[in-house]
Design a protein around this ligand. Sequence first.
Ligand code: ADP
Ligand code: MG
Ligand code: ZN
Length: 478
Amino acid sequence: MDSKYEVVIGLEVHVQLTTKTKIFCGCSKDFGQQPNSQTCPVCLGLPGALPVLNRQVVEDAIKTGLATNCQIAPRSIFARKNYFYPDLPKGYQISQFELPICEHGWLNIETEELGKKRIGITRIHMEEDAGKLLHAAGDSSSVDLNRACTPLLEAVSEPDMRSADEAIAYLKQLHQIVTYLGVCDGNLEEGSFRCDANVSIRPWGQKELGTRAELKNLNSFRFIKQAIEYEVERQIEVLEEGGSVVQETRLFDAEQGVSRSMRGKEEAHDYRYFPDPDLVPVVVADEWVERVRSELPELPAAKLQRYRDDLGLPDYDAGVLCAERPIAEYFEVLVARHANAKLCSNWVMGEVLRSLKEKQIAIADCPVSPELLAGILQRIADNSISGKIAKTVFEEIWQTGKTADQIIEEQGLKQVTDSGAIEAIVDAVIAANQGQFEELKAGKEKLIGFFVGQVMKLSKGKANPGMANQLIKKKISE
Ligand code: ADP
Ligand code: MG
Ligand code: ZN
């Protein structure tokens, strides 16, 4: 990247809410239904139909605002954003403009390159989505209004990010928060969490912001990063060739890895925003805000810190376990039953997540519940089974749903800790490997591993390896 220029990024994120019904009518917002089957006079924009605000949308906006350190406005206003497009039957989108429900928030992010940093959130407002145009082969297109009136929150950041990595760190955190809160399913591909990236560059030291391009059609974190990096290069080239960046909206083409100009960018005044006379101001009493605050779940940042500070887990472990709320919940049930947090973490990050990934199962449906896994860890801790046998037990539980104790009992997997029995195996191993034993006795200490390995093999993994080690050493000095 050219060091002559500083990169400036501000992000607008559309968060589709998980409410049962639409924002201004009672229509269901089920995905994948027959086109136009989830509609009524309100979301079709028929004349005279009046919108009624869905209370759950306000509740979700308050939750999200509190979780992102915003101030919640005691009174906010819906406004009409006027423009013509065939997926918008009313000719305006109901949104919030001058008085949004949430303002002045922030998130702390951390990147390898630039460390910790606070990103400002200008506002989070409520709005309705538009319908969808279906472009068939040939000349005609049709419109599906099932998505019209779907509730969205739009979170607008300050232009505080200085690299694609910072933008991704911010987005991932916001994504994690809305999915932890359960207000959004977080599916980027299906468009439940949509990001527009505003990108500009300016010579280092310049106060004013450069002219920005707005990038759309970014449906994965990877594409967002690619699109921003491409855009920065493109703008640098434009400036270096003596040109100037034009304010425009560009569409990212993931297949080609390039973006193309879609249209010139409108200014806010082009939309002729005005307060929607069909909707009363949204009044949120302090008690409502305080009730929501008291019901917030532990958020990812706080959880991460607790895992590090109170449970003593390494950063890496804490990050993996907190990444998704259901993983953290599984881990917490486990750790409540088995106090060795690091052992719990190793098993969740190892066997559990690996097996789930292999079999494409969500952790909520894991056949080995945290209670059953705690049963395995118990038997490792009291030396009934080795870590290796424990993995076999895990597999068995996965298949049968039995408890660890049942499986250990039925299959005779209990570790051999009877020193007489182990000594007999050690003797047998030495007898079968006389040559190596002489070398070991002569000082080739590396061979001890080989002998322990043979003992484990002969005992089918059941000998206590520590005791085997001791006994072999005893034989050397005999
Ligand atoms: P809209 O894109 O709808 O006109 P705004 O003017 O509020 O909305 O800006 C949207 C986003 O663009 C915000 O996240 C803001 O931080 C960002 N932004 C504004 N100016 C610039 C700029 N010069 N460079 C990069 N980002 C910018
Ligand atoms: Mg924009
Ligand atoms: Zn409707």
